[in-house]
Every structure is written in structure tokens, then in C-alpha cells.
Design a protein around this ligand. Structure first.
Ligand SMILES: NC(=O)c1ccc[n+]([C@@H]2O[C@H](COP(=O)([O-])OP(=O)(O)OC[C@H]3O[C@@H](n4cnc5c(N)ncnc54)[C@H](O)[C@@H]3O)[C@@H](O)[C@H]2O)c1
Length: 292
């Protein structure tokens, strides 16, 4: 009898938390200032467009100053404003200097910029590894460190970390990228519970997309592509903005991939490794990405 009661209570509790309990919706409008890294290209630029349509004020930190004028035009077409800061996110001093120049309150931080050096580990230089970790992991950590006290003082804040399904599973030619995205997820999860512990007003959202058609993973191919085709950058941007508005803790794209990747993680290593090597192995020479 006790087991039945416990089970019933557990099912009701789970249903409440997973299905019924709705987070209050976050309103993205002209009262919100969003700082987004890597806004000049790819999904960052798509998110800037969507945020501009909602009339949010946009601050972009990006290394590609040459693309800033075009981004500004796009944002202004939708009736919003852009403050652009040229900033190399692999340089911690530049990040600190840039944040010190911004006077207005930042409500939402989207850590989106990323790099991927698609090479086998033995072909990567130590500089490749350092750059990947600095941009994909240390920059989001430093920006969070700098902005959390300001967000707590203004009693509002939302931090979004754009990870990847490679925050959970693995693949070929992605040792540095995968390690940096795993680290980002570990940081994000630990930060979230600490914020909850102290009842902080800051919310966090982790985004884990599958491969996107931006060029970062140009040439990525496997024998199981028919199951999961490359995502379009417009769709990914729409889903990220929706996840922020709904204040989701985590959102993978496609959404079932969170569960699937976590299940793949539990496969015995020989099975998981066999699948990766057989499916992706024959095509790795075509996987070149941007290899900046
Ligand atoms: N493309 C994919 O298949 C894919 C899949 C899953 C997750 N992601 C993640 O999504 C995010 C965006 O990816 P994307 O495909 O739009 O990438 P992208 O290469 O199209 O754009 C990346 C942006 O980051 C900027 N950037 C790169 N290095 C920088 C630096 N040192 N300092 C400042 N800015 C810098 C670039 O200038 C660019 O604007 C990344 O975090 C990436 O890891 C991408």
C-alpha cells in the first residue's frame, strides 16, 4: 500500500513539475537590453533580427568589425538600436574593458559566440585548444562573473549559454570543441543551482542545438544524416528566443535530442564508439568547418 501511495505521489509531483507548472513568461520589448556575443554572423545575427523586431535594445560583442555596419542597418530596419563593440572574446582584458565601457543596465546576456577548429587532436596546435576554450568556455564564464552582480543589483537578469549536443555526446575532430562545450554545460548547471540556492532573480537557459547550416560545421556528414538533417539557422534562432521568453532551464534543438543524447551517453562505450567511428569515420576529410 505504501508503495502505491508513494508511486502515485511521485507521478503527480512529476506531472506538476514537467507539464503543469508554467514559468512566468518573460516579455522581450523596448524595456529590455540584450547583450549578445557573436551577433555578426550565423544564429547570432538571426537572433539580433528577432530581438530587433521585438524592439529590444541590442549590444553586440564580436571580433568582426567589418560586418558591424551591415548588422546595424539590419537592426535599424526593424526599428531598434545597436551598440557594437569590437571585442576579441579570447582576450580576457578586452572583455573586462568592453564591459566597463557599457553604462546602461543589461537585462539578458546571450553567450552565443563560438569557434570550432575541426581537426584531429594530433593535428591541433596548443593555440587551437586555448582559443577554443577561451571563446567557448572562459568568455561566457567571465561575462557571467562581470554581469551577475549588476543583474542582482537591478533585481533582474537572464543568462543564456549556447552550448551544443556536443555538450553531452561526442564525435570525431571535435576534441577541443567538445571539451569546451561539456565544460560550459557543467558550469551552467552548477551556476543555476547556486542561483536557486540564494533565490537570485537571475534565470538561466542552456541551449543545445544539433548541427546548423551556418558554416561552422561545413562538410559534417555521417551515414545516419537521414535521421537528423542539418538545422536551418532561422529555426534555431526562433527556438532560442522562444526558450528565453518561456524561461526554460534547457532547450535542445530538436527538442527530443536532449533525451536522445542523454540516452546515448548511457550506452556502453564500445557500442557508442562503434556507432561514431562507423557512421562519421568515412567522411572526416570532408568535415572542414570554417577552420579560421
Ligand atoms: N553551427 C553549428 O552546427 C552549431 C551547432 C551547435 C551549436 N552551435 C553553437 O552556436 C553558436 C553560434 O554558432 P554559429 O554556427 O552561428 O557560428 P558562426 O561561426 O556562424 O558565428 C560565430 C560568431 O562568433 C563570432 N566570434 C568568433 N570568434 C570570436 C572571438 N574570438 N571574439 C568575438 N567574436 C567571435 C564570429 O565573428 C561570429 O559572428 C556557437 O556557440 C556554436 O558553438 C553551433
Amino acid at each position: 500500500m505504501i508503495i502505491i501511495y508513494t508511486l502515485t505521489f511521485f507521478i503527480i509531483f512529476l506531472t506538476y513539475f514537467l507539464l503543469i507548472r508554467k514559468q512566468q513568461k518573460l516579455k522581450l520589448d523596448s524595456n529590455k537590453t540584450v547583450l549578445i556575443t557573436g551577433g555578426c554572423m550565423g544564429i547570432g545575427k538571426q537572433m539580433c533580427k528577432l530581438l530587433a523586431m521585438k524592439k529590444c535594445k541590442i549590444i553586440v560583442l564580436d571580433i568582426r568589425k567589418d560586418l558591424a555596419a551591415d548588422l546595424k542597418n539590419t537592426i535599424e530596419q526593424y526599428g531598434s538600436t545597436l551598440q557594437f563593440y569590437e571585442c576579441d572574446l579570447s582576450n580576457q582584458e578586452q572583455i573586462i574593458e568592453t564591459i566597463n565601457q557599457i553604462n546602461e543596465p543589461i537585462h539578458i546576456l546571450i553567450n552565443n559566440a563560438g569557434v570550432a577548429k575541426l581537426k584531429l587532436f594530433t593535428e591541433q596546435s596548443f593555440q587551437d585548444l586555448q582559443l577554443t576554450h577561451a571563446v567557448n568556455y572562459l568568455a561566457p564564464v567571465l561575462l557571467s562573473k562581470l554581469l551577475i552582480p549588476k543583474m542582482e543589483a537591478q533585481k533582474f537578469g537572464h543568462i543564456v549559454n549556447v552550448g551544443s549536443v556536443l555538450s553531452i555526446i561526442t564525435g570525431l575532430k571535435v576534441t577541443a570543441y567538445c571539451a569546451s562545450k561539456h565544460a560550459l554545460l557543467g558550469f551552467h548547471n552548477s551556476l543555476r543551482v547556486e542561483l536557486k540556492l540564494k533565490k537570485s532573480p537571475i534565470k538561466c537557459t542552456f541551449i543545445a542545438p544539433w548541427a546548423i547550416n551556418t558554416g561552422m560545421f561545413k562538410g559534417v556528414k555521417s551515414k545516419i544524416d537521414f535521421l537528423l538533417p542539418e538545422l536551418k539557422e532561422e529555426r534555431v534562432a526562433i527556438e532560442i528566443i522562444d526558450a528565453i521568453e518561456n524561461q526554460k532551464d534547457v532547450h535542445s534543438i530538436p527538442s527530443f535530442y536532449w533525451l536522445l543524447s542523454n540516452l546515448i551517453r548511457f550506452l556502453p562505450h564500445p557500442v557508442a564508439d562503434y556507432i561514431v567511428v562507423k557512421a562519421q569515420g568515412p567522411y572526416i576529410s570532408e568535415m572542414v568547418g570554417r577552420n579560421q
